[in-house]
Unconditional design. Structure first.
Length: 337
């Protein structure tokens, strides 16, 4: 029985004489077009080298003002880290001083207090005997106090020093603000300006409006900075799974996680779970941190320094995540900084 061979067609001319498979693009070429394909690849290499030369030139001839701006930013952010360090040290010293005072009260101070209590009882006994003014209830009270002091001397309380695992100091991080994000889609009543950097409600239609970001978040930590230039009614800041269809009442979606500007409107898995809502008002600037690695999102208001945090259930909100807003009424206008 004769062996069969697989026909190999040239990608360029579609003739049955393909002899070369490119490992780069996995396409088949005949002898003639193999040479042409190699020439195209060389052209692409030339283009990459041109971009390389451009970037190298930009680095070599970087404007002085750009360097000065970067140095100023470096100094400003370094001061932020230094301030955090000093504030953290002060907080630790304060807690340590409180612990020392408590320890003194339970150890060396305990004997001083007991001596004062005994001295008070002794004075009361002496006055009672001198004035001959006491009854049975007074005797029982003195006796009970003395028995209690005796028991404490025989069996002193155990004192230990141990760590409280409640977070004392928030961890400081250096985050690169994601300035490439843009608003891209809405459920209908929103429009975009400045290549998606601004979203606003077109009219007051008395219906909610969902807005989505362009990017998809699957790994790492990302910080988005948003400015509330105009605000009417409610607004939700958070995330939603890309697989969830756009909808007017997107906050009811099982993949919605975020905060409304209300005292107790916090949404997780599409349900209002209560808790602390955001305190955002018009002209506020906020930072939305999307931490895919820790499965958590955070919202910070620069004006009030309010920091909120939500743990995300990836069973309800599977990756990839997207920036998610739900707007209520016009005029409302949000800018990505």
């Amino acid at each position: 029985m004769a062996a069969t061979t697989t026909k190999r067609f040239c990608t360029t001319c579609s003739k049955e004489r393909g002899i070369f498979k490119c490992d780069g693009c996995s396409q088949i070429f005949c002898l003639q077009h193999t040479t042409d394909h190699h020439r195209d690849v060389v052209k692409q290499l030339n283009q990459v080298e041109e971009i390389r030369d451009l970037v190298q030139g930009m680095l070599t001839h970087e404007p002085i003002k750009s360097r000065q701006d970067m140095n100023a930013l470096h100094n400003e952010l370094m001061k932020t880290i230094d301030d955090w360090e000093q504030k953290s040290i002060s907080e630790i010293q304060k807690v340590a001083a409180e612990a020392r005072n408590e320890l003194v009260q339970y150890t060396t101070g305990r004997f001083t207090n007991m001596k004062l209590k005994l001295e008070q009882i002794n004075n009361e006994l002496q006055q009672a005997r001198q004035k001959n003014d006491f009854i049975e209830t007074d005797l029982r009270e003195w006796e009970n106090k003395l028995k209690k002091m005796k028991e404490e001397l025989i069996n002193p309380p155990n004192v230990v020093v141990r760590e409280d695992y409640t977070k004392l100091i928030p961890k400081i991080r250096v985050n690169l603000l994601d300035t490439q994000e843009a608003f891209e889609r809405s459920s209908g009543n929103a429009d975009f300006e400045e290549k998606g950097k601004v979203v606003y409600l077109k009219n007051d239609s008395n219906i909610y409006t969902e807005v989505r970001g362009k990017f998809e978040y699957t790994t790492g930590q990302h910080t988005l900075c948003l400015k509330v230039e105009q605000l009417n009614g409610w607004i939700l800041f958070g995330i939603i799974s890309k697989s969830t269809p756009l909808q007017i009442h997107s906050y009811t979606s099982s993949s919605c996680y975020g905060w409304y500007n209300s005292e107790d409107f916090v949404y997780a898995g599409g349900e209002n779970i209560g808790g602390q809502g955001s305190d955002i008002v018009q002209n506020d600037t906020i930072h939305l941190v999307i931490d895919c690695d820790e499965r958590v999102i955070r919202l910070k208001n620069e004006r009030t320094e309010q920091m909120l945090e939500l743990q995300v259930d990836t069973q309800k909100c599977p990756f990839p995540w997207q920036l998610h807003l739900n707007l209520n009424a016009a005029p409302t206008r949000i800018r990505l900084i």
